[in-house]
Design a protein around this ligand. Structure first.
Ligand code: AMP
Ligand code: MG
Length: 414
């Protein structure tokens, strides 16, 4: 008799998983190693940025007061008394109608409070003349205008992107405290699976889920431990799953979680004494997605169908792993958009449609069955269509989840 499973609403299933995820500690690493990691301490400004008043242009530093009354008919002359580049500090203090030739980034000389750009001057034997008055602080980058000393610049729990690295460097963090990364194992199950380099033979397909999940993890900044492929055999699969579950914080398997004659994952969970959080979710694709916990380790049983596998990872594994990594933002960014095509297929379950979002309109990314591979590659978003008896039409406003936005540099902007 086929086992009866009770479907759990998606939001409840996500909540159940995230509730079981715990941070796995912190470690100190070198700045160069920190790209893609999650900050486990806030970044505090150790100095003002910029740390001194400086020139944002190549030009001449003057006292604004000396420029009062300057016009085309009344050019005011300045004597140039020094010349400094970035990194240099003039030892001179400006007196009335004196100027210092200054390059971008150089500290403003004493008594100077404005910078005249080269193109606003005419050179003379003695120095320069100008034809307009300058306000005090005109063309000056002020100390602390970007950031103030002791300010919390980035919160703990943020993803370290290239900009974060720039800040860390600015404030002299050569070492930084980050969240430890969970060890994630990947095992692809299915007797039909061939390795990527194998030739196709009747009845077999290449394992695309394994490499796909490696990449899904990679874009979260996570590496993984590969457990390869296992045939649909209870003893063999059990042996590999047991070993992998002992060696990792989280094991992601694909395939074998359904109710088919060769779907052995449910029996394996039972044999392991794992607590199954759910084994059916009210969603398409991927309703068979199963999540279990054994000895504090996660077991994600994703469907073997590529689109279901992909979606199951993004919806369940990703937020759980992010929480384990100490991240603050766990979920995909959400927006609404206008549906660009009819989507007639009605379904009682919430449907996640791989889609192309262009900033305004969202359309299904092609072939849309759960076994589709093509639409995963083409899509940059998931349309979320709540379950119901009707389909959806062009022009309807729909919910959209944006994919690949780990860095805030969203793929959909490309
Ligand atoms: P299963 O979840 O084991 O019932 O598999 C569902 C479908 O996904 C079947 O058509 C499998 O052949 C296919 N499939 C399973 N594992 C993979 C994989 N690693 N890569 C690509 N397709 C797979
Ligand atoms: Mg299978």
């Amino acid at each position: 008799m086929v086992e009866k499973r009770t479907p759990l609403p998606v939001a409840e299933a996500v909540k159940k998983v995230v509730e079981q995820a715990f941070s796995i500690g912190t470690e100190t690493i070198d700045l160069e190693e920190s790209y893609g990691r999650i900050l486990a301490e806030p970044i505090i400004a150790s100095s003002d940025v910029p740390p001194f008043d400086r020139s944002p242009y190549d030009g001449f530093a003057i006292r604004a007061i000396d420029s009062e009354g300057a016009s085309g008919d009344n050019r005011i002359a300045f004597k140039v008394i020094d010349h400094i580049g970035a990194g240099e500090v003039s030892s001179k203090k400006l007196q009335a109608f004196e100027a210092i030739r200054i390059m971008t980034g150089a500290q403003l000389p004493k008594a100077a409070d404005a910078v005249v750009m080269f193109e606003q001057t005419q050179e003379t034997d003695e120095g320069i003349t100008i034809r307009k008055p300058f306000l005090s602080l005109e063309n000056v980058s002020l100390q602390g205008e970007d950031l103030r000393r002791n300010e919390v610049v980035i919160e703990s729990g943020s993803f370290i992107n290239p900009g974060t690295i720039a800040l860390l460097a600015t404030f002299g963090y050569s070492q930084i405290l980050v969240a430890k990364q969970p060890t994630v194992g990947i095992l692809s199950t299915g007797t039909e699976l061939l390795a990527v380099e194998d030739d196709l033979v009747p009845g077999k397909i290449r394992n695309s889920n394994g490499p796909m999940i490696v990449a899904q993890l990679k874009r979260m900044g996570l590496r993984c431990k590969m457990y390869g492929m296992s045939i649909d055999n209870l003893d063999e699969s059990y042996r590999v799953v047991k070993k992998a579950a002992e060696e990792t914080d989280c094991l992601i398997t694909t395939g074998g979680v359904s109710v088919g004659d060769f779907d052995f994952l449910p029996a394996i969970y039972e044999k392991l004494g794992a607590q199954v959080l759910f084994n059916k979710v009210a969603m398409r694709p991927g309703s068979v997605t199963t999540v279990a916990v054994a000895n504090g380790r996660f077991l994600f049983g994703l469907s073997g169908n590529p689109s279901a596998c992909f979606t199951g990872f993004e919806l369940f594994a990703r937020p759980a792993l992010l929480k384990m990594m100490g991240a603050q933002k766990l979920y995909m960014p959400h927006t609404i958009a206008v549906l660009g095509e009819d989507f007639k297929k009605a379904n009682p379950f919430t449907r996640f449609v791989r889609a192309i979002y262009d900033g305004k309109t969202v359309s299904p990314a092609g072939f849309n069955k759960s076994n589709a591979v093509s639409s995963i590659a083409r899509g940059n978003a998931l349309i979320v269509l709540p379950g119901g008896s009707r389909g959806y039409q062009t022009g309807d406003t729909v919910d959209v989840l944006l994919l690949g936005t780990e860095e805030g540099a969203a793929r959909w902007q490309l």
